[in-house]
Ligand binder design. Structure first.
Ligand SMILES: [Zn+2]
Ligand SMILES: [Zn+2]
Length: 441
């Protein structure tokens, strides 16, 4: 398997003398299997030069699989300049997360509307197919590809590709689920010791991988003021990858404000941390033009998903109960979910919520932790004790980010634990991830 970086920058392209080494183009990574399958992760501005390289090979027909983590600009802006799409006889299969505001096709067509671009998406001569994804496992060419949701203020998936006896994982645009990584009293550095279910699931997704490409836009110092923006720090990523037994790690989605010196410094610190952790993890900061050959290994264990199904959220109608004793917050959340086309009901206390659930079982409960009277924890425990609501998904909202509160939430049986202050796009993405994981009735 061959991997090549064409774009390593996050958010916005930053060409110039200060970014010459690590590169100024936004996210784009090429993967070619031994069997000749071409998988392209993200289509940021780096895709333009990849396209030129593909065209220069002079092949009769180019078939590309484009795997979009999400559809923020820095991940799709190169697509209108992806040369192979302009040639009849070529084909492209585009994969990406099912969005809450329209299909993958509609979102990509949006950036090519006449106002923004002279050629519309449907006028491209190549044969293009669109594949809206949730979580699951599928076969693309000769590769087995698993998807899992990331934590970002938009529906975003990570990809795990297993082919040629190698596992390569692409996790770009993701931030930690919790401020605290390890459960108190548990041995740090082990996947089982991770506090938040979301982070543990994230570590399992990259377990035993030969190569992981991960967002590491910020330093720990910068992250303090950039929470909910959807990006990671190098120390979180290195600790996670080391715990997961990853062999090689590329940090990417470099901040547009970081010049080559700054990124080289991040690389030094990340390496020192990896060395200290002592798992043999090899870490570097991805740079444009960086090319790797991953050798097959007989011990590769295929990733097993907890629920290997692909259930569309868009094609189902969901009922959500929002429970909060603060009227402003209740209205804000309910309105945001209604905009995402859910049927929303509201309860102003824990007792009212339980009454309403008795009357009418929702698909998901969005529940505030701290409420006067019966708090969110007590509501969750009551739900878990009843057979009919034992597996009802509960998304807990809380200002309490400390270890004991987070642990108490998961011990009580919450499905997800979202800490305040959260952004509405982040919350709606987490709601959607919860719903995508609910079984079809
Ligand atoms: Zn991005
Ligand atoms: Zn993004």
């Amino acid at each position: 398997m061959r991997v090549r970086f064409w774009g390593t920058r996050g958010s916005i392209a930053t060409p110039g003398p200060d970014t010459n080494h690590f590169g100024g183009n936004t996210s784009c990574v090429e993967l070619t299997t031994a069997g000749g399958d071409l998988l392209v992760f993200d289509c940021g501005t780096g895709a333009h030069r990849l396209a030129a390289a593909l065209m220069a090979q002079g092949k009769k027909a180019i078939h590309t699989n484009i795997l979009l983590g999400h559809t923020h600009w820095d991940h799709i802006q190169g697509f209108p300049f992806f040369g192979p799409a302009f040639v009849k006889g070529n084909s492209a299969a585009i994969y990406g997360p099912e969005g809450s505001r329209g299909s993958l096709h509609d979102v990509l067509a949006g950036q090519m509307e006449f106002t923004y671009f002279p050629i519309e998406l449907n006028q491209l001569p190549a044969t293009i197919t669109y594949h809206d994804l949730t979580e699951g496992i599928r076969i693309i060419g000769g590769a087995r590809v698993a998807t899992q949701f990331l934590n970002h203020p938009a529906m975003t998936v990570g990809y795990r590709v297993e082919a040629d006896g190698v596992a390569m994982v692409y996790l770009v645009d993701h931030e930690p689920f919790s401020d605290v990584l390890w459960r108190a009293g548990a041995e740090p550095g082990r996947v089982e010791s991770i506090l938040h279910d979301g982070d543990r699931r994230h570590a399992r997704f990259m377990a035993d991988a030969d190569f992981v490409v991960h967002d590491a836009q910020y330093t720990p110092e910068e992250y303090a003021s950039k929470k909910t923006w959807g990006h990671s720090t190098y120390d979180y990523v290195v600790q996670m990858a080391a715990a997961a037994g990853v062999r090689q790690l590329a940090l990417t989605h470099h901040d547009p404000g970081h010049d080559d010196h700054f990124i080289a410094d991040i690389e030094r610190k990340a390496r020192a941390l990896a060395l200290e952790l002592g798992t043999g993890l090899d870490v570097f900061c991805a740079y444009e033009g960086c090319e790797l050959f991953l050798e097959p290994r007989s011990s590769l264990k295929p990733f097993v998903s907890a629920a290997p199904f692909q259930a569309s959220v868009a094609q189902r109608r969901f009922h959500i109960l929002v429970v909060d004793d603060q009227p402003d917050m209740l209205t804000l959340i309910a309105r945001a979910l209604e905009e995402d086309q859910y049927q929303v009901r509201k309860a102003a206390s824990g007792a009212e919520a339980l009454r309403m659930i008795d009357e009418y079982l929702p698909d998901l409960v969005v529940l505030d932790y701290r409420m006067a009277g019966m708090d969110g924890l007590a509501v969750t425990k009551t739900l878990r004790a009843r057979p009919e609501t034992r597996s009802l998904p509960v998304l807990m909202l809380t200002a309490m980010t400390d270890e004991p509160s987070t642990r108490a939430g998961f011990d009580a049986g919450v499905s997800d634990y979202v800490t305040k202050p959260f952004s509405i796009p982040q919350l709606t993405a987490r709601v959607r991830a919860c719903l995508a994981r609910t079984q079809m009735p």
